[in-house]
Design a protein around this ligand. Structure first.
Ligand SMILES: [Zn+2]
Length: 108
């Protein structure tokens, strides 16, 4: 068991080293931007849940979202583009139009 974990660790380290040498400055910059944006997306998802719990209702439109939360949680910290809220019957998501990722907004 320990040996498998150790081997996995070595492989992981090798993979990490291998990747690092291939990364260009542009790649690194993009990764940092993605991390920055994802941190805001995660916080926003949490704040949506908190707001919904406090107000005992679901946020189901962009208008509601903009009324509920401050702008700093609703735009990409890198490009300042507005996050896109998609709400379906049993699922929801908030995504960055700049391609930095998205978070699930639980709807049930
Ligand atoms: Zn973004």
């Amino acid at each position: 068991m320990t040996r498998i974990v150790f081997t996995a660790l070595i492989l992981l380290l090798l993979a990490a080293c291998g990747k690092q040498t291939e990364l260009s400055i542009e790649d690194i910059r993009f990764r940092l931007e993605v991390n920055k944006c994802r941190a805001v997306l995660d916080k926003t998802a949490y704040e949506i849940g908190t707001w919904e719990y406090r107000n005992e209702q679901r946020i189901n439109s962009s208008e509601m979202l903009w009324e509920a939360l401050p702008e700093s949680l609703l735009v990409c910290p890198v490009t300042l583009e507005r996050y896109v809220l998609v709400v379906e019957e049993n699922a929801g998501s908030l995504s960055c139009p700049s391609g930095h990722g998205s978070v699930d907004i639980p709807r049930n």
